[in-house]
Ligand binder design. Structure first.
Ligand code: NAD
Length: 355
């Protein structure tokens, strides 16, 4: 099969890690008989430098015409003093909205070989972490009515959800659970918030269509504790924009390294935006120290969710597992290991050899 991928390499380490992910996709293409074509577009600081804006129309059009989008990362100190509407991150919010990406999918997994890097107690880490958070991305309090009243010393933000917005992400979560361990935990604050009560009712209604998937509710304050106390209980988590924002950062930290975690943002079409959860790491850009694994695993998520190539996605994930088990490390995941750290191209080569 043939797929057109729009590349948003971005800034800092972005171009280095995207190059690694493309090398891995090409190897998958050779092995399984697929053709991946890449078209680069500008977004972020590099777009500001070239065209005076973080998200040129040509980039939006190119992404809309593609089968899927792979993003490195944007931003850096060079653009930090620019006004808000001209910041590189504005490009990121703009492209998510332009592509209608309402679900952010963030897996968090603790690799056995890296358990020592987890800040969790050893006996808790030993039970393992393998969960995925489905965070609603374009609704809720971040998009509700907000303002100030009176003398400006009173402020409000509105958490607002429609049943339709909840249903579409709940379906995505239940479908994913079917391909995993068959459990969805829906996180809300239904003991206090009316919007959470609608969230809970709606999730229960959707759950009736998936009798093979176990569905449970959890209050967000308890969920924050459980992620640290007993994270192995979670399989698929579905939650609102603000709760997902906070819990997905917590979940990513309990696994140890920011350089390992991928993400996907998807909407109604199969096209999505796939990117590592980390930023552009300007402190190590150009040094070859970037860990390419989060971006390579984001490419695996693209194969799974955008192109329905499950076997190929698993082949990438197995190759990453293998290199970590064999003790290969980039500098960010060296920990107490005495291994010599691999550069970004060297780590990429090790993964290519194992596909
Ligand atoms: P960051 O994630 O870029 O870096 C935090 C630390 O982690 C740094 O020490 C960095 O060297 C390290 N790190 C990150 N990714 C790594 C990798 N793949 N391999 C090895 N080490 C890695 O976060 P920051 O420093 O807060 O932000 C830097 C810039 O990135 C800022 O301009 C910020 O706005 C931007 N940012 C962009 C995105 C995005 O594009 N999605 C996300 C977060 C931050």
């Amino acid at each position: 099969m043939k797929f057109n991928i729009a590349l948003l390499k971005g800034d800092g380490i972005g171009p280095e890690i995207v190059e690694s992910a493309c090398a891995v996709l090409d190897r998958i293409g050779e092995k399984y008989g697929h053709g991946f074509t890449y078209t680069p577009y500008l977004m972020g600081g590099c777009a500001i430098d070239a065209c005076g804006e973080p998200l040129p129309q040509e980039t939006i059009d190119g992404c809309l015409a593609s089968d899927s989008v792979l993003l490195g990362a944007v931003g850096g100190p060079k653009w930090d003093s620019l006004p808000g509407h001209l910041r590189p991150e504005k490009g990121l919010l703009g492209i998510r909205a332009a592509l209608g990406l309402y679900t952010n999918i963030r897996p968090a997994r603790l690799y056995d070989s890296l358990a020592a890097e987890s800040p969790l107690r050893a006996d808790i880490a030993a039970r393992g972490i393998d969960l995925v958070i489905f965070r609603e991305l374009i609704g809720g309090i971040y998009f509700g009515e907000r303002g100030r009243s009176g003398d400006g010393m009173t402020a409000y933000d509105t958490e607002k959800y429609s049943a339709y917005e909840i249903e579409r992400i709940a379906h995505a979560a239940f479908r994913a659970a079917r391909l995993r361990r068959g459990k969805v935990t829906s996180i809300d604050k239904a003991n206090v918030l009316e919007s959470s009560r609608l969230w809970r009712e709606t999730v229960h209604r959707v759950a009736e269509q998936y009798p093979d998937v176990k569905c449970e509710d959890m209050l967000v304050d308890n969920a924050a504790m459980q992620l640290v106390k007993n994270p192995s209980q979670f399989d698929v988590v579905v939650t609102s924009n603000i709760f997902g924002d906070i819990l997905s950062d917590e979940a990513s930290q309990v696994t140890g390294s920011i350089g390992l975690l991928p993400s996907a943002s998807v909407g109604d079409s199969t096209r999505g935006l796939y990117e590592p959860i980390h930023g552009s790491a300007p402190d190590i850009a150009g040094t070859g120290k970037a860990n390419p694994i989060a971006t390579i695993l984001s490419a695996a998520m693209m194969l799974r969710y955008a192109f329905s190539l499950e076997t190929e996605a698993k082949a990438i994930e197995a190759a990453v597992d293998a290199v970590l088990r064999e003790g290969f490390r980039t500098a960010d995941i060296l920990g107490a290991s005495h291994a010599a750290p691999l550069s970004c191209p060297e780590m990429t080569e090790k993964i290519l050899e194992r596909i």
